[in-house]
Write a protein that binds this ligand. Structure first.
Ligand SMILES: *Cc1c(COP(=O)(O)O)cnc(C)c1O
Length: 362
């Protein structure tokens, strides 16, 4: 690896493509001939306009979206969206459906409830420690939206296909799997993703919102909490997180021009995850923690025979240049987060290490 970098399996903030980091480094002192760094230029300049508009155009192309969708950049992370969504979209007497598939869904539900909104939890996998994605969900036809977490970063599950809601717009927290492959955007009223997992650094959340959802936004909300403020000002009502948006632009450029689009990205992601799940499936030493049909392509969670071995595994992995393999503090065990930017070579290094470790300790 270059410049003593390790293979980074962190869950978030997470690995970025090396090409993107190098481009940032090369242009950091003099951005686009401006004589200034991207962190020093005005957000009202033509330079930054080009950055944000290119990020939006690339998002539209990658996800094959028409202009009934708006691409917004909002601070406060995905967690801010847990409250902005119900504030903006649910009015007196309205109800929304939520599917609870883990920690992040639970938080989204809690924030809507704090606001006094009527939330129907129409399905939950809590009964089996969130180890699967529910099927045959009884969505309410009069719900304003149906909220899901498309990839459960902590538990390691992912929706293999999106549920039929009978016309109710889906809203998805795609923080940890947006752009991992193509999907049909037309089912969605709103998509949001904290950037620091799969598309950029911390500091900004990408929000994709459909026109008809924007029409629901009440005038009575403070400006900074209204989607319409961001939509009408191209996300520049106030100073946006310029550096974070710029990094997203470069990641999207990498996806389009280096990877070759989301079909190619998905094929690579399937190959990467496949290698890791194969090691688990052919070993009694490593065991996956989720149902095979609900396995995530992005966060691969597994256990070893006991906690001492897990500790040793994580320690020795790091000595071998493989970082970030500790499971979330709430669940323990091990987790390899293998987002878009994690190269195949990283997975190969990890699977080699796993086989070796099993031989020595199994
Ligand atoms: C990380 C994560 C969040 C929280 O994101 P913040 O940007 O820290 O608020 C929410 N949802 C999912 C699925 C996540 O992975």
């Amino acid at each position: 690896m270059k410049e003593n970098r390790i293979y980074n399996f962190n869950a978030g903030p997470a690995a970025l493509p090396l090409e993107v980091l190098e481009e940032i480094k090369d242009s950091f002192l003099n951005f686009a001939g401006s004589g200034m760094s991207i962190t020093e230029i005005s957000h009202r300049s033509k330079w930054f306009d080009d950055v944000i508009n290119d990020a939006i155009a690339r998002t539209r192309r990658l996800l094959n979206m028409d202009d009934t969708f708006h691409v917004l950049f909002i601070q406060g992370g995905a967690s801010m969206q847990f409250c902005m969504i119900p504030m903006n979209l649910l009015h007196e007497g309205d109800t929304a459906d939520y599917v609870n598939t883990g920690t992040w869904s639970t938080k989204a539900i809690k924030e809507a409830e704090i606001l006094g909104k009527t939330v129907n939890v129409v399905a939950s996998s809590e009964d089996e420690n969130y180890s699967y994605i529910p099927k045959d969900i009884p969505f309410n036809s009069n719900a304003i939206y149906a909220h899901i977490t498309s990839n459960n970063t902590i538990k390691g599950t992912q929706w293999a296909s999106f549920p039929e809601t009978g016309g109710v717009p889906l809203i998805a927290d795609m923080s940890s799997d947006i752009m991992c492959g193509p999907f049909d955007v037309d089912k969605f009223g709103l998509i949001y993703a904290g950037a620091q997992k799969n598309i950029g650094p911390a500091g900004v959340c990408m929000v994709i919102i459909r026109d008809d959802m924007l029409k629901r936004v009440p005038d009575t909300l403070p400006s900074m909490l209204k989607y319409t403020t961001y939509a009408s000002k191209n996300s520049m009502f106030n100073t946006p997180p310029c550096f974070a948006v710029y990094t997203i632009q470069l990641v999207l450029k990498w996806l389009e021009e280096t990877i070759g689009g989301l079909d190619k990205m998905e094929a690579i992601n399937r190959e990467k995850a496949g290698l890791l799940y194969k090691v688990m499936d052919s070993s009694d030493f490593y065991s996956g923690t989720v149902k095979p049909d609900s396995r995530s392509l992005m966060n691969v969670t597994f256990r070893l025979p006991d906690e001492d071995l897990e500790k040793l595994f994580i320690e020795q992995a790091l000595e071998n240049g493989l970082g970030g393999l500790k499971g979330h503090r709430s669940v323990g065990g091990c987790r390899a987060s293998i987002y878009n930017a994690t190269p195949l070579a990283a997975i190969e290094a990890l699977t080699d290490f796993m086989k070796n470790f099993e031989q020595k300790n199994g």
